[in-house]
Design a protein around this ligand. Sequence first.
Ligand SMILES: Nc1ncnc2c1ncn2[C@@H]1O[C@H](COP(=O)(O)OP(=O)(O)OP(=O)(O)O)[C@@H](O)[C@H]1O
Ligand SMILES: [Mg+2]
Length: 354
Amino acid sequence: MGALEISQIKKAYGPLQVLKGVDIGLDDGGFLVLLGSSGCGKSTLLSIIAGLAEPTSGDVRLDGRSLVGIHPKDRDIAMVFQSYALYPNLSVARNIAFPLEMRNVPRADQEKSVAEVAKLLRIESLLERKPAQLSGGQRQRAAIGRALVRKPKLFLFDEPLSNLDARLRSEMRHEIKRLHGILGTTVVYVTHDQVEAMTLATQLVLMHDGQVEQQGHPSQIYDQPRTMRVADFVGSPPMNFISGKVKNGRFRSDTCPIEFDYNGPHTTSDIVIGIRPEAIGVATHGQTSGIEINASVNLVELTGPEQLISTRVGGQDLILTAPANIEARPGKAIRLSVAPQSLHFFQASNGNRL
Ligand SMILES: Nc1ncnc2c1ncn2[C@@H]1O[C@H](COP(=O)(O)OP(=O)(O)OP(=O)(O)O)[C@@H](O)[C@H]1O
Ligand SMILES: [Mg+2]
């Protein structure tokens, strides 16, 4: 069991209000990913959950029990950081066993637990090595092993993979997903990586300036961002925004010659249209069914199976992703098409979704 309830958590360091009333709920066995720009308070929140920092006010409950004032070692929570902090002079086996040793677990039980965890993490052959004799990914496995061995109710991960190269990252990401599938332990995980966030999370939380901007299933956050800030943060490359006005049932941009029949929610104010790069198609021949946009190509970046095409329409940049076989050359004209149902609508004055 490990249902987590964070209510109205505030934290100030002197005059600096770092957390401004954070509310987050997570079911037992859920995998929550915290996303947000640097300095928005993610690590501070993890420290408060772990008991390494005390909140100024508010409550954290694990399985209904308040954790405020409870010593970190009595919280049944294990934490894995970006810097894995293994003891350099201890073997992998002794590193993993360390939390059990601290709790005076009998030697035989320690060895049994270490063997179990090593099997799960596929590091059985590395148990006698010292950390310096391991690769980055192996070291991170050992650090995760040390957290796993305690069988906690809750795991906290603070950017655990950010020291690894792209390939190892994706390997470890699969590993963490697999482990979560097997163990079913509740997880709170901080990352800057979009792919990690979207693929690992059962719940995604976007934090901004010490507050929760939106919590939901990743697909919900991606498909229905509550604000322009969320829309901008989730998705890569980020959503395109076009500001303009709706008049007599027609949207007209302020910045470029884009206009079309408006079928969005009723509004009388200035609005911003959001279009995901993957929702823009290249119109090849003849008629297109969607909104048509004539643009010129600025830059083409091939990423392998896809290309990122940066275009310009009047005073407006539009970036789109397209299959690699679509012809696009810098300086050339390109005809784009967008399905009206893929548009997002925001209120210009406050950035809220309409
Ligand atoms: N012990 C401290 N004393 C004073 N200010 C602190 C302390 N710890 C963190 N802060 C400040 O609180 C804010 C939030 O920091 P925090 O580490 O939670 O950010 P973060 O979201 O984890 O950022 P990053 O993505 O860069 O890791 C920052 O402005 C930071 O400078
Ligand atoms: Mg941090």
